[in-house]
Design a protein around this ligand. Structure first.
Ligand code: C2E
Ligand code: MG
Ligand code: MG
Length: 583
């Protein structure tokens, strides 16, 4: 027996056949053929005068996709499960009422994982007297594409070594916390944990064991997490942890302590047992930044400090500013070196017993186009960090020796003075100093004995073997060597005794305030007797007044350098100074 729905469908087709004046059977077949020929699920949907939508005709793919049997199931859209589960029903009603030509949208069959994804395309068909609103609906199955995208995305957010979320995923999570309407400033923190000297471990035990260490490290970190904390591998040997804070900053520091305690126990790898240390930097949410990447970067700034300080550090708001400034200095300094815009100033060293000039120290000067004078105490460290100190140092050496040669020419004789040039620890480590010095001496025609290279203690402490080689090479060239800023570093006395050093320059921090500070005076006295025992000459830096010069002379200090005698001068002024003092 015919169902009422089937009866209605029959009568619609019968009316249509009459309308197009073809036989009902031929009409039916033609339309079914068209739909069946389509490679996607398709069906013609109509809306009757009462505004109720129903399926007029559909192809087999559609019947399969919608799990709908035209012979048994109701034709009314509001009664078909598929249209309800996907929410296509209301969208369809709406489209048919609105009168647009075409409309397209995406729908998922249900929220369950197995639910298929469709792009639904509705194209309006001509209205007929029996069905005032008609359209063709095609369903394009996008499930494969959506799944692939989902997998790709999951892959993109995961670190393949540890299986942890990666930096991208971490930033997304941080963004979600910021986006939470209940978010409060200081309610969360980002910790960045770094395996101290991981590259050393990697080098000495091999990359495979290094990987194993990272995996074990990650596992340990996981064990410290509380519900709701989020751990990710944000860099090679760097892990980010997003934590919620109940009692502000104190919570973060306590958490960092827990991590340190957990990681302080030895790691058992398959072939060895290894102990590593970690450094932790921390940045609080919302206090200084509101961008996820910025928060991680801030924690990394703090981490950098933690590495030298040896304990957990909190981000300080000025750090980002200072880093930006360093970056700008680096860019501009590179340009200035290339454009030969740096200059040298020359500060005399005075023989305290005779008042004669022993030599000049060449000091780099940079007049920045916008910022004006930038101090070498600012740009030299940047140059050291960026490697720019190599071209800068070579330039300073060559330029200083050229100036001395020029002074000789102007005076018409070889001046009885030396030229002091500063040599950075980085140059010792990374440049071929002996070749550079030999070439500069040759080019300028200055004898090795008139060059005094000033090294700081750090040059020796970092790599004593290499420093010793360089100093031996200098001795072969007859170049003199001064230990600069003595007293601020940690040179062992053994090195001091072994290395060929001609002059100890006592750092100004002991000298300048010495008259009113017995402790500084005692240190200066100790350094003077040490130099005496080792057969080295001495120079006191930062001599700012006559009394100080007199006292240093009395104590037996060989040379004095400082504003009391002269500030650093331009090349011409320095030569004039020499002339006036030697007249
Ligand atoms: P330094 O080698 O210890 O140079 C001495 C510094 O003390 C100079 O600062 C000088 O201007 C300053 N000074 C001189 N007399 C006095 C005084 O009486 N009182 C006070 N308070 N300061 C005095 P400057 O020129 O700012 O240079 C700072 C540092 O920058 C230098 O310290 C040196 O370590 C580095 N530097 C400068 N030029 C070069 C260079 O060409 N190469 C390298 N590697 N380092 C350089
Ligand atoms: Mg110096
Ligand atoms: Mg110095």
């Amino acid at each position: 027996m015919e169902t009422p729905d089937a009866g209605l469908a029959y009568s619609v087709q019968a009316q249509a056949a009459r309308y197009y004046s073809v036989s009902e059977g031929a009409m039916d077949e033609a339309r079914q053929d068209y739909l069946d020929a389509l490679p996607v699920a398709a069906s013609v949907l109509c809306q009757n005068e009462a505004g109720r939508s129903f399926i007029d005709i559909s192809n087999e793919i559609f019947c399969g996709a919608a799990d709908w049997d035209p012979a048994k199931d109701p034709i009314w859209i509001d009664q078909i499960e598929f249209f309800k589960a996907t929410g296509i029903g209301p969208a369809l009603d709406d489209f048919l009422k609105r009168g647009e030509k075409a409309f397209q949208f995406d729908r998922q069959e249900s929220q369950s994982i197995s639910g298929r994804h469709y792009t639904v395309r509705l194209s309006r068909l001509r209205s007929t007297p029996y069905a005032p609103q008609r359209c063709l609906m095609s369903l394009i199955d996008k499930t494969m594409q959506v799944e692939t995208e989902k997998n790709l995305r999951a892959e993109m957010l995961r670190d393949s070594l540890t299986g942890l979320p990666n930096r991208l995923a971490f930033n997304e999570r941080v963004a979600a916390v910021f986006g939470d309407p209940l978010f409060k400033e200081g309610s969360h923190a980002v910790l960045v944990v770094d395996v101290t000297r991981f590259s050393r471990v990697n080098e000495s035990v091999g990359a495979l064991a290094g990987d194993e260490l990272l995996i074990t490290f990650a596992r340990r970190l996981c064990s410290v997490l509380r519900p709701g904390d989020f751990l990710a591998r944000t860099g090679g040997d760097e892990f980010g942890i997003l934590i919620r804070l109940d009692r502000g900053m104190k919570d973060a520091l306590r958490f960092a302590d827990r991590i340190k305690a957990e990681l302080s126990m030895p790691f058992h790898l398959s072939e060895m047992e290894i102990c590593v240390d970690c450094s932790i930097g921390c940045a609080l949410f919302g206090s200084h930044s509101n961008l996820p990447e910025e928060l991680l970067r801030n924690a990394q700034f703090a981490l950098k400090r933690a590495k030298t300080a040896g304990r957990t550090q909190l981000y300080e708001p000025d750090e980002a500013h200072a880093a930006r400034r360093r970056f700008r200095i680096e860019t501009d300094l590179r340009r200035a070196i290339e454009a030969d815009q740096l200059e040298l100033a020359f500060q005399p060293l005075i023989d305290l017993s005779t008042g004669a000039i022993s030599g000049f120290e060449a000091l780099a000067r940079w007049d920045h186009e916008e910022d004006g004078h930038v101090s070498p105490t600012e740009f030299i460290p940047v140059a050291e960090e960026s490697g720019l100190i190599l071209p800068l140092g070579q330039w300073a050496l060559a330029a200083a020796l050229d100036v001395l040669a020029d002074w000789d020419r102007q005076a018409g004789r070889k001046l009885p003075i030396y030229m002091g040039v500063n040599l950075s620890a980085v140059q010792i480590q990374r440049d071929d100093v002996s070749a550079v010095v030999a070439v500069a001496l040759k080019k300028s025609g200055i004898e090795g004995g008139r060059l005094m290279l000033e090294l700081t203690e750090s040059a020796i402490v970092h790599d004593p073997e290499r420093a010793a080689e360089v100093l031996e090479a200098m001795r072969a060239l007859n170049v003199q060597v001064a230990m600069d800023d003595f007293g601020t570093g940690y040179t062992s006395l053994a090195y001091l005794q072994r290395l060929p050093i001609d002059l100890l320059k006592i750092d100004s921090r002991f000298v300048t305030g010495m008259l009113g500070d017995p402790d500084s005076a005692a240190i200066v006295r100790a350094i003077l007797s040490l130099a005496d025992a080792l057969g080295m000459a001495t120079a006191a830096e930062g001599v700012e007044c006559a009394d100080l010069a007199a006292e240093l002379k009395r104590m037996g200090c060989t040379n004095g350098q400082g504003f009391h005698f002269s500030e650093p001068l331009g090349a011409e002024a320095a030569l004039d100074y020499w002339m006036s003092r030697s007249a």
